[in-house]
Design a protein. Structure first.
Length: 95
């Protein structure tokens, strides 16, 4: 493995607010415009964006801001999963 390969990160973002193919194109363009992004793919049906980036050039916050600047909201899937787990736990405690 080269140093460049080791520096690449892959993240899946949950993207809210998309309703059409044009929305997908806007989000993909915004993500690809972030310096350090190698690949960005957005799926309308699952409302997810998969982004591969060089972690020394781009950050998760920059990716989220790019999506927000294009008119949508995004969270890393592990953060979304954690929030869902906390909500499930709170509901379980109520019962």
């Amino acid at each position: 493995m080269t140093t460049k390969e080791q520096e690449k990160q892959k993240v899946t973002l949950s993207v809210d607010g998309m309703s059409c193919a044009s929305c997908v194109a806007h989000v993909e363009k915004a993500l690809r415009g972030v310096p350090g992004v190698v690949e960005a793919s957005v799926n309308l049906a699952t409302e997810k964006a998969t982004v591969q980036y060089v972690d020394s050039l781009a950050t998760l916050d920059e990716l989220r801001h790019a999506v927000a600047d294009s008119g949508y909201s995004a969270e890393a899937m592990d953060e979304v999963d954690e929030e869902a787990d906390q909500e499930r736990l709170a509901r379980t405690k109520e019962v």
